[in-house]
Design a protein around this ligand. Structure first.
Ligand code: UDP
Length: 399
C-alpha cells in the first residue's frame, strides 16, 4: 500500500496469466485468492479457451484474449504436451502484448506491481521486459519435477526414447536422474524433440524472471528446494499447498458431481478406492478395460471419474466390459467429474488410484490418502517415483 493515509492509498495490483488447463488454472486462481487476502487487487488475463467462471470471482477483474486454439483443438497428438504449449506461446503473444499494454495504460498510476505468469507461457518474459514490468513465474509442478526436467536429455537422439519393453535396459535407472527408470522417461513424451525445446525455453525464461513461486512446501521437498535455489539464482517462494487456503472447486471447468458425497457417506471408513486420471491424460481402450477388470476383481467399493474423452474415440462409458455396471451394482459409482478435494478428505476414501498430476498428488498427501500411481506423461512419472520410492506413501503400478 502506497502512502500513509489508508483511505486514499492505492492498492497494489497484480496481473496473473494462467495456462488454460485445469491443473494450471486451479493453482493460479488459488494463488490469486491468497494474494487478494494480502491486500492486492487482482486482474486475470485469460485465453478464450478454458477459462474459469467469472461469477465465482466477483472480487477480480478479468480480461480475455484470443488464442485461436480452436484451429488445432482436434489435432493434439497423444502424449505430446509440447504441441499445445508451443502453439499457445505463438498464438497468444500478440493479443497478450496488446492486452497488457492496454492494462498498463489503464492503470497508469503505477499501481501494477508485477505480472505472474504460468511458467509454460515462456513468451511472457520478453513482453514483460519490453514493458518494464517485473515478471514472476508460477510453476505448478513439484520442485523435484523441475529438477528432473532440467536434468533429463529430451531429444530423439537420446537412446532412451528408442527403447521398448523388450529391451533389457527398459527397467534400468537413468544416470541423469537415477530415481527414474528408462521406462518412466519414455512415458514423459511421445515427442522428445518438442519437449526438449519447450523445457529449454521454459527453464531459460524462469531463470530470467524476477522470482519463482511453487505450489509445494518446504517440509516435503527440503533437499529439492536447496538444489532449485542453487540452479535458479532468482528468489524462490514455496507457498503451497494452495488448496489448503482455497479449494479448487470455484475454478473447476467441468461441473463437479456433488452427489458422490452422500454416496460416500454410506460407505465404511477407508473402504473406497477413488480413481481419477485428471483433466488431460488419455488412456487406451485396453488400459480403460484393465481398470474396470481390476475394480471388479478387487471387489471393493469404488468411485471412478471417467472424464468424457479420456479414451480417444469414445464418448464416455462405451468401452466398459459387458455387464460391468450390472456386476458392480451399488458397489461402484462412475461420474464425469468429482469434487476431488472433498472426496479425498472424506473418511470413506481409503486409497487414490491416480495419474499423479501434481495437484492430485498434493491434495492426496494433505489428506493422508495412500496412492496407487499410474502416471501417463509429462511430470507425472517423476511425481509417481517420489510418492512410491522417496516418500513411500504409495505404490507404482503400470508398465
Ligand atoms: N479434479 C477435480 N475433479 C475430478 C478430477 C480432478 O476437481 O474429478 C481437480 C483436482 O482436484 C486437481 C485438478 O483437477 O486440482 C487436476 O490437476 P492435476 O495436476 O492433478 O492433473 P492434470 O489435470 O493437470 O493432469
Amino acid at each position: 500500500i502506497h502512502g500513509n493515509d489508508q483511505s486514499t492509498a492505492i492498492r497494489r495490483r497484480i496481473i496473473l496469466f494462467p495456462l488454460p488447463v485445469q491443473g494450471h488454472i486451479n493453482p493460479m486462481l488459488q494463488l490469486a485468492n491468497i494474494l487478494h487476502t494480502q491486500g492486492f487487487t487482482i486482474t486475470i488475463i485469460h485465453t478464450q479457451h478454458n477459462f474459469p467462471n467469472h461469477l465465482n470471482y466477483p472480487h477480480f477483474t478479468f480480461k480475455s484474449i484470443s488464442d485461436r486454439f480452436f484451429e488445432v483443438a482436434n489435432q493434439i497428438p497423444k502424449g505430446d504436451a509440447s504441441f499445445f504449449v508451443k502453439y499457445l506461446n505463438r498464438s497468444c503473444e500478440e493479443p497478450f502484448r496488446d492486452c497488457l499494454t492496454g492494462l498498463l495504460a489503464e492503470y497508469d498510476d503505477g499501481s501494477v506491481s508485477c505480472l505472474i505468469s504460468d511458467a509454460l507461457f515462456y513468451f511472457t518474459q520478453a513482453v514483460a521486459d519490453s514493458l518494464k514490468l517485473p515478471r514472476m513465474v508460477l510453476r505448478t509442478t513439484s520442485l523435484a519435477g523441475a529438477i528432473a526436467y532440467g536434468a533429463l536429455p529430451f531429444s530423439s537422439e537420446n537412446g532412451y526414447f528408442k527403447l521398448t519393453k523388450e529391451d533389457s535396459n527398459y527397467e534400468a535407472s537413468v544416470p541423469e536422474f537415477p530415481l527414474m527408470k528408462v521406462k518412466d522417461v519414455v512415458k514423459m513424451t511421445t515427442n522428445p524433440e518438442g519437449m526438449g525445446e519447450f523445457v529449454t525455453n521454459m527453464l531459460n525464461q524462469m531463470k530470467a524472471s524476477s522470482g519463482l513461486i511453487w505450489n509445494t512446501f518446504k517440509e516435503l521437498e527440503e533437499d529439492a528446494l536447496e538444489t532449485i535455489c542453487q540452479d535458479f539464482s532468482v528468489p524462490c517462494f514455496t507457498l503451497g499447498p494452495f488448496h489448503k487456503y482455497f479449494p479448487a472447486s470455484s475454478s473447476s471447468l467441468i461441473e463437479q458431481d456433488r452427489t458422490v458425497i452422500s454416496w460416500l457417506d454410506t460407505q465404511a471408513p477407508k473402504s473406497v478406492i477413488y480413481i481419477s486420471f485428471g483433466s488431460v491424460a488419455r488412456i487406451t481402450q485396453s488400459e480403460f478395460q484393465e481398470v474396470a477388470h481390476a475394480l471388479t476383481n478387487a471387489g471393493l467399493p469404488f468411485l471412478w471419474v471417467v472424464r468424457p474423452g479420456v479414451v480417444p474415440g469414445s464418448e464416455w462409458l462405451e468401452p466398459l466390459p459387458e455387464m460391468f455396471l450390472e456386476r458392480v451394482g451399488d458397489k461402484g459409482r462412475i461420474v464425469k467429474w468429482a469434487p476431488q478435494q472433498d472426496v479425498l478428505a472424506h473418511p470413506a476414501t481409503g486409497c487414490f488410484w491416480t495419474h499423479c498430476g501434481w495437484n492430485s498428488t498434493l491434495e492426496s498427501i494433505c489428506e493422508g490418502v495412500p496412492m496407487v500411481c499410474s502416471p501417463c506423461f509429462v511430470d507425472q512419472p517423476v511425481n509417481a517415483r517420489y510418492v512410491s520410492d522417496v516418500w513411500k506413501i504409495g505404490v507404482f503400478f503400470g508398465g
